[in-house]
Design a protein around this ligand. Sequence first.
Ligand code: HAM
Length: 423
Amino acid sequence: MTKTIFNPVRGMKDLYGIDLTKYQYIIDNALRIANKYGYKLIETPIVENTEVFQRSIGDETDVVAKEMYTFKDKGDESITLRPEGTAGVMRAIVSNNISVTKNNPLKLMYYGPMFRYDRPQKGRYRQFHQLGFENIGAMSPYTDALTIALAHEILTAVGIFDCQVYINSLGELSSREDYIKAIVKYFSIYEDKLSEESKIRLKKNPLRILDSKDNNDKEICSMAPKIYDYLSKNDIKYFECICDILDNYGIKYEIDNLLVRGLDYYSHTIFELKVNNGQYKDAIGGGGRYDRLLNILGGPDVSGIGFAIGMERLMMLLDDNKFKLKENIISVIPVSENENESAFELYKNILSYDIRAEFVHIGNNLSKKVEIASKLDSNILLIIGNDEVKDNTVTVTYMNKTEEEGRNTVINRNNIINFLKYN
Ligand code: HAM
């Protein structure tokens, strides 16, 4: 047996305890808000035929070129663990013939695990979870602004008050092609000075040089041609309109001309959400408009816009203390085996009122049982010994009180449910 079987696969982790509570809290809030905006839940398989991602995300992107978990199944088909949710949702619309037109948009929400063979580090995993939204059909600045507002609202609802929206426009395809030509020309002048990664990107995916984290590259990028100068009049009008609606909404945003995003399917509006309090520098969420994605996968020629929030990154920003259980955890403890039956009756009665409780009857003596209850995070013990059975009472012990504060109190067993409910 090798040691590795005792650990999850590198870059993957188990989700339990406070983290799972946070996860569910975010999802509950997202479902509530999504309902208000008319989104319906969709679940797609975790694996797709590899081509679904190659066609939509783009062969030259890091995600497709380097990060996909792709393998042959037993039928020799190439399948891939989904690296993101948008492509699978588009494929599902086509496979299930779900109706979507310009006038009848489709709003879908999803969440679940995604897989990228990335270098694991803080906030970056090989299995991570996304909460995603896609609004397909309508193309209007209102739709774009509302999508950004939705992302902002979800983060605010779970307690991220200093979230900053960064927004940019990649324009329509022809504007972007002209822009790419211009930056290839510009970066070629500085090719020798670019980082190794950017040299490769210059050949394969030049837009992504603008996203480089290398300081030298960043300096070269700061003087590069700006996308804004290559946008058509319509593109500019559309983008300015989104900004006006966001202003009207009171959502603070910053226009970031260097924002490009890592997936090839974007056009027009793109955006990312970050926290600017120094807690974490990478994006918590990001998204944008995609003009041809559904069509590329065999669906109607309609545009869509969406975003995804990285659950692990968001969970990391939420304060653990807020998620520690505040409800009472009650342990019913018989002092010895003789009181098991009587204590079990009490325990069943408590459960029938939907009150959370544990029946701590294993352990050689009372102090061992108290220790077990304490490990279960119990704050109230209901102890039943010989005297309590005889007198029809229960000894209540508050684990976090001292003797002076009234750690122990004896109450009549008939009053126990009212006592637990209103204490
Ligand atoms: P993305 O920017 O690649 O977009 O991912 C969205 C979010 O997922 C990121 O902002 C980040 O929080 C999280 N994320 C990405 N990779 C990792 C990782 N390795 N570990 C932890 N978290 C990660 C998309 O995936 C698009 N599908 C979003 C979209 C939806 N665009 C339009 N519709």
